[in-house]
Design a protein around this ligand. Structure first.
Ligand SMILES: [Cu+2]
Length: 554
């Protein structure tokens, strides 16, 4: 259950003793239902990547797993150890494993073509690196679409100095999206029609309803404006519940993955979004959640009713269920086309009501960075707000004319009255390790061509752009401006991204930063690790269609 690192103090370890005792009393046939996926501990690991038969909702499929498991086993490490992971590829194609958010030397980072040459079919690559951090992370394939077909798992690293917050139990809650369609089919469907999976298109009926509410002229103008941008306000996620089944720890909603507690205990839930394309809004009705960690780093505790978790992010929350009853862990896809569901319960087999989904969010003109614009005044397509030409061959749909600071907002689609986590709420519990101000800025526009389903930075695909060059020791401000109407969780490998969210030296350290439509945000980076690092949108099909760069630290 909790930590068993020799370097964890006795006092901290005792917090886990009661929970471990409870688990051992559970009859073994039941145990797997809420112990899955299995846990591997220690410093030496043998991991085998192979196809795995998967049964989900009565259908059979072939997935990509590790040691026969989807999700892959939970790896429990101890801060201060050196871990060795021998990864054997038993697939018929090249593979790889990337340790997401873990600061390894560049050759151990697991990105084929940048860190190493990948793991050939039948080959074994031995990863070995010191563990110099703690927290909740995850690992996944960085080869083709294997992440979509199951190659992802949790990493939990116990802190050497003990936990900042006490808790009695500790569970990984790994969210993911599964499709019975092959990833290649999904990509070709999106290339054929970018709203292929979007069944929420506004229709004649919604036009009439909008016209009655907002007036005919405004409604026509609104439709014309969206039409000119070749976009739809119902495009929230590119791939939806039309093809996805949403999973918690590999379990579909009906299987009801369950975490046990005794009333009054403090339960730490380690949420990881291991999806390919799905952003989730998470809540547990009747149970406030205290967020204590983001992307593996402790934050000042903040209590909320709901949080949005973008692809590849992690949030640790502590809940304290007071009553002898079940609570539903409810993770709606942002576009409300489906949900993942699990249960917190004092005994196995219990369930609570599944709440209705919240109303579907709609993109607004503010999401386009267009708030305040006159109708009909679409900007020239090539000019960014700084007047810099976007000279890519990709072509971009749109440029945010008035990109805004949106860190105070959790985004769209939350009913009033709910406390929802915003990025501005994240405040590190300790000062950042590099007090130097940045010496220069790197500004990048997040761009896209929806019609052709091509994504990039500054209108360029990866294949058209050179690396971003940094010198070792540089202190740099990255500025991201989202010119698209989709969110993009931007992940920088190897270096921390210190989100500049108003907390000065206490800015939170993140590995993945979700940039909302029309948003301009920035973060500081210390280039303290040499090598070739991947820098990309973590939406799998955005990365694969061009939203990827190399950051080179020389
Ligand atoms: Cu993206």
């Amino acid at each position: 259950m909790i930590v068993s690192c020799p370097n964890i103090t006795r006092r901290r370890f005792m917090q886990g003793a009661a929970a471990a005792g409870t688990l051992s009393l559970i009859p073994s046939p039941l145990r797997r239902a809420f112990a899955a996926p299995p846990v591997l501990r220690g410093t030496e690991f043998a991991l085998e990547i192979a196809t795995v038969p998967l049964a989900l909702n009565g259908r059979q499929a072939t997935a990509t797993g590790v040691n026969g498991q989807v999700p892959a086993p939970i790896l429990r490490w101890c801060e201060g150890d050196t871990v060795t992971l021998a990864v054997t590829n038993s697939l018929g194609e090249p593979s790889s494993i990337h340790w997401h958010g873990v600061r390894t030397p560049s050759p151990m980072d697991g990105v084929p073509g940048l860190s190493f040459s990948g793991i050939a079919p039948g080959g074994t690559f031995v990863y070995r690196f010191p563990v110099r951090q703690s927290g909740t992370y995850w690992y996944h394939s960085h080869s083709m679409f294997q992440e979509q077909t199951g190659l992802y798992g949790a990493i939990v690293i116990a802190p050497k100095a003990g936990y900042a917050q006490a808790f009695d139990r500790d569970y990984v809650v790994l969210l993911s999206d599964w499709s019975f369609e092959s990833p290649k089919t999904i990509v070709s469907n999106l290339k054929f029609q970018s709203d292929y999976y979007n069944y929420g298109q506004r229709t004649v009926a919604t036009f009439i309803a909008d016209a009655q509410r907002a007036g005919l002229a405004d409604t026509v103008a609104d439709r014309l404006e969206w039409g000119r941008m070749r976009m739809s306000p119902t495009d929230i996620l590119d791939v939806s519940g039309a093809t996805y089944t949403y999973l918690i720890n590999g379990q579909p909603p009906g299987a009801n993955w369950t975490a046990l507690f005794r009333p009054g205990e403090r339960v730490r839930l380690r949420f990881i979004n291991g999806s390919a394309m799905s952003i989730f809004d998470v809540r547990i009705d009747g149970l406030p959640m205290t967020v204590v960690q983001a992307d593996g780093n402790d934050v000042q505790p903040v209590t909320v009713d709901q949080f949005r978790i973008s692809v590849a992010e992690t949030y640790d929350v502590i809940v304290q269920p007071p009553a002898d009853r079940a609570y539903t862990i409810f993770a709606q896809a942002e576009d409300r086309t489906g949900y993942a569901r699990g249960t917190l319960a004092p005994r196995a087999g219990m369930a609570a009501a599944i709440p209705p989904m919240d109303p579907r969010p709609l993109r607004t003109m503010a999401d386009m960075g267009m708030a305040g614009m006159e109708h009909g005044e679409m900007p020239g397509m090539e000019l960014s707000p700084e007047g810099k030409r976007l000279e890519g061959k990709v072509g971009v749909d749109n440029v945010a004319m008035m990109p805004a600071d949106r860190l105070q907002s959790a985004g769209e689609g939350f009913p009033p009255g709910r406390r929802v986590l915003a990025y501005a709420d994240l405040r590190a519990i300790k000062r950042g390790s590099d007090p130097r101000p940045p010496t220069h800025e790197i500004t990048l526009h997040l761009t896209g061509n929806m019609q052709r389903f091509i994504w990039g930075f500054d209108g360029k695909k990866f294949s058209e752009a050179g690396p971003i060059e940094l010198k070792r020791g540089d202190r740099v401000r990255f500025v991201l401006i989202n010119d698209t109407m989709m969110e993009h969780p931007i992940h920088l490998h190897g270096l921390w991204s210190e989100l500049d969210n108003g907390h000065g030296e206490f800015r939170p350290y993140k590995h993945t930063i979700n940039v909302k439509p029309g948003e301009r945000l920035s973060y500081l980076v210390t280039a303290d690790a040499p090598g070739r690092w991947a820098f990309h949108c973590h939406l799998l099909y955005h990365m694969e269609t061009g939203m990827f760069r190399e950051v080179h630290v020389a």
